[in-house]
Write a protein that binds this ligand. Structure first.
Ligand SMILES: [Zn+2]
Length: 288
């Protein structure tokens, strides 16, 4: 029931069917449930950017996890605070791990040309949602804007099937700018609207400064080293110390004769021939 008129038609037929047999239920439905229909029924929520949060499940889930951490009702304020702190730390670790995975890993089913510019810049959760839209588009070959509904765009801030189709017509991947910043935030540093950014007050700089102030001498030296390499990278992007990775070591299969010979030569402790020895060796070859 994705439109208000469809919702009202369905409700009417439901009431007609059950009003005589269950009048109390119908009264309860109108007095307690339908008064809040704008907050949970798809016909209304599909027009709100809720990022998938349409129920209070998450809050209830958080309550039950907290209860597990608290264990029982005994223990004072300090003990409760410690347990809550532990809970938040474990949640932060999980969030960081998910961010890291989105930043460094590409899932097999995300390796499609539409996602070319999104890999490692957008959360994998969001890519899974867009992937479903890609599936919807491919099922019906082409989706015009009038038939799309654009629910994913309106509720999640992600490109919907008709937008993906438009990009495909121009042979372009999905642009990063079409993804809401909610799904591009892959670190815990707060985002600042670009119009408000003043260099001295960048949240990243503030966090590094706090870390510096609370670190010991070794920590401060490490921060200074990292900062100087970041500065070199930004100021002189062509002068870095990156080196080509070494050739991968073959760990399977028998070595070829040429490989064995090369390895022996590399490991050999024989000295190089001197000039006169080389001359003698040449003479021998010539005399043969
Ligand atoms: Zn659409």
């Amino acid at each position: 029931m994705e439109t208000i008129s469809l919702f009202e038609t369905e409700l009417e037929s439901f009431v007609r069917k059950y009003q005589i047999r269950y009048p109390e239920v119908i009264t309860y439905l109108y007095d307690s449930v339908l008064v809040n229909k704008e907050y949970f029924a798809y016909a209304w929520t599909n027009d709100v950017k809720h990022f998938g949060i349409r129920t209070s499940n998450r809050v209830e889930g958080a309550h039950s996890v907290l209860k597990r951490f608290l264990g029982n009702s005994q223990g004072g304020f300090v003990e409760c605070w410690k347990q809550m702190h532990k809970l938040h730390e474990s949640q932060l670790t999980n969030i960081k791990a998910k961010f890291q995975q989105s930043l460094t890993f590409i899932k097999h089913h995300h390796r499609i040309s539409d996602f070319k510019g999104l890999h490692n810049h957008v959360s994998q959760y969001a890519l899974d949602i867009i992937n479903k839209e890609v599936g919807r588009l491919e099922k019906s070959r082409s989706i015009a804007v009038n038939f799309c509904g654009c629910i994913i765009y309106k509720t999640y801030g992600l490109p919907c099937a008709h937008m993906i189709a438009e990009n495909r017509m121009q042979s372009k991947p999905i642009p990063l700018s079409s993804i809401d910043s909610q799904w591009r935030q892959l670190n815990l540093v707060p985002q600042v609207a670009s119009s408000n950014v003043v260099f001295d007050y960048l949240p990243q700089l503030q966090l590094i400064k706090t870390k510096w102030e609370t670190s010991n001498a070794i920590g401060q030296r490490q921060i200074a080293e990292r900062m100087s390499s970041v500065a070199i990278e930004i100021l002189h992007p062509d002068q870095n110390n990156y080196q080509e990775p070494p050739a991968p070591v073959r760990t399977k299969g028998r070595k070829t004769t040429a490989e064995k010979k090369k390895e022996e030569q590399e490991r050999s402790t024989n000295r190089n021939l001197s000039r006169h020895e080389l001359a003698d060796a040449n003479k021998k070859v010539i005399s043969i």
